[in-house]
Design a protein around this ligand. Structure first.
Ligand SMILES: NC(=O)c1ccc[n+]([C@@H]2O[C@H](COP(=O)([O-])OP(=O)(O)OC[C@H]3O[C@@H](n4cnc5c(N)ncnc54)[C@H](OP(=O)(O)O)[C@@H]3O)[C@@H](O)[C@H]2O)c1
Length: 256
C-alpha cells in the first residue's frame, strides 16, 4: 500500500487529538504537532494502536520558524505530505474592550499565521501529492459579539484565508476547505464555560446546562463528531468538495 501522510496541528488535546486518532484509520502516517510532548506521546500510542505510524513533534506553532521546521522534518522523514489539518488555536476569549494588543497578536499569530505559514510551506508537497488542507474556524465568525470579538474576527479571517488558498488549489490540484464548529465539549470549551459561569453568577454545572439552551441547541458537540467531518473532507468521496466552509454546530446559527 502506498504511504500517505497527514499532519495534524493541535494534536495533543481536544478536536485535534480526536482528529489525529480518527485519521489513523485512513493514513499510514500521522504527524502530531503541539507543544506538550507528554500528551503527544499519549496520542502517538493511540495512533499506533489503530495501526498507523505516529510522529510526535513538540513545537510552538506561533513561532515564525516552527511551521517550516515541521514541514521540512516531515518531508525529510517521510518524503511526502497528503493532508494538513490546521486545528491548533488558543485565541483568548476576552471582551473587545478589555483585550490588549499583545493578546490579539498572540491569538492571531498561532491560529491565523501559524496555519497560513504551515500551508504555504507545504504547498509544493501538496501539489505533488494532489493533497488536501482543512482549516478550523468556528461559528463565532458568523455571529460576532463583543465578548468573543477576537475569536470571531480570527475565525472569519480563517474562512477567507481557506477560500483564497482554495482558489489557487483549483489550479494546483490541492483541495482546501474550512470547518466551522459550534460549541464542542473540550478543555477549551470548559474553560470558556467556567468564565461564562462567573459572569452569569452561575455554578459551573448550571452554566453547562444553561449555555446550550441559550444557544438554541439540544446539546454540545463531541470532538469525535468534528473529527469524523474532517475525515470525510479528506476522503475520496469528498474530493470535489473544495472552497467550502462547512458548518457543524447543532443548528446554533439560525440564519441560512
Ligand atoms: N471547542 C469548541 O467549542 C470550538 C468551537 C469552534 C472552533 N474551535 C477551534 O478548534 C480548535 C481546537 O479547539 P479545542 O477546543 O479542541 O481546544 P483545546 O482542547 O484547547 O486544544 C487546542 C490545541 O491547540 C494546541 N496549541 C495551543 N497553542 C499552541 C501553540 N502555540 N503551538 C502549537 N499548538 C498549540 C494545544 O496543544 P498544546 O497546549 O500542547 O500546545 C491543543 O492541542 C481551535 O482552533 C478552536 O478555536 C473550537
Amino acid at each position: 500500500m502506498e504511504k500517505t501522510v497527514a499532519i495534524v496541528t493541535g494534536a495533543s488535546q481536544g478536536i485535534g487529538r480526536s482528529t489525529a486518532v480518527r485519521l489513523a484509520k485512513d493514513f499510514s502516517v500521522v504527524v502530531l504537532a503541539a507543544r506538550n510532548g507528554e500528551l503527544l506521546n499519549e496520542v502517538a500510542a493511540e495512533v499506533r494502536a489503530v495501526a498507523a505510524e505516529p510522529w510526535p513533534c513538540s513545537l510552538d506553532l506561533s513561532e515564525t520558524g516552527s511551521p517550516k521546521q515541521l514541514i521540512d522534518g516531515t518531508l525529510e522523514r517521510f518524503g511526502k505530505i497528503n493532508a494538513i489539518l490546521n486545528i491548533a488555536g488558543a485565541v483568548p476569549q476576552i471582551d473587545l474592550f478589555q483585550m490588549s494588543d499583545d493578546q490579539w497578536m498572540k491569538g492571531t499569530e498561532l491560529k491565523l499565521h501559524g496555519a497560513r505559514r504551515l500551508t504555504l510551506h507545504a504547498w509544493e508537497a501538496l501539489k505533488a501529492s494532489k493533497g488536501s488542507v482543512v482549516f478550523i474556524s468556528g461559528s463565532a465568525a458568523l455571529a460576532p459579539k463583543p465578548a468573543s470579538a477576537a475569536v470571531a474576527t480570527i475565525n472569519a479571517a480563517i474562512i477567507a484565508l481557506a477560500k483564497a488558498f482554495s482558489e489557487q488549489g483549483i489550479k494546483d490540484g490541492v483541495q482546501v476547505n474550512s470547518v466551522v464548529p459550534g460549541a464542542v465539549m473540550t478543555g477549551r470549551r470548559r474553560s470558556f464555560l467556567e468564565h461564562w459561569a462567573l459572569k452569569q453568577n452561575l455554578s459551573l454545572e448550571e452554566a453547562m446546562k444553561r449555555f446550550p439552551e441559550e444557544a438554541g441547541i439540544e446539546r454540545y458537540g463531541q470532538r469525535e463528531e468534528v473529527a469524523g467531518l474532517m475525515a470525510y473532507l479528506l476522503s475520496p468521496e469528498a474530493h470535489w468538495l473544495t472552497g467550502a466552509s462547512v458548518r457543524m454546530d447543532g443548528g446554533e446559527i439560525k440564519g441560512v
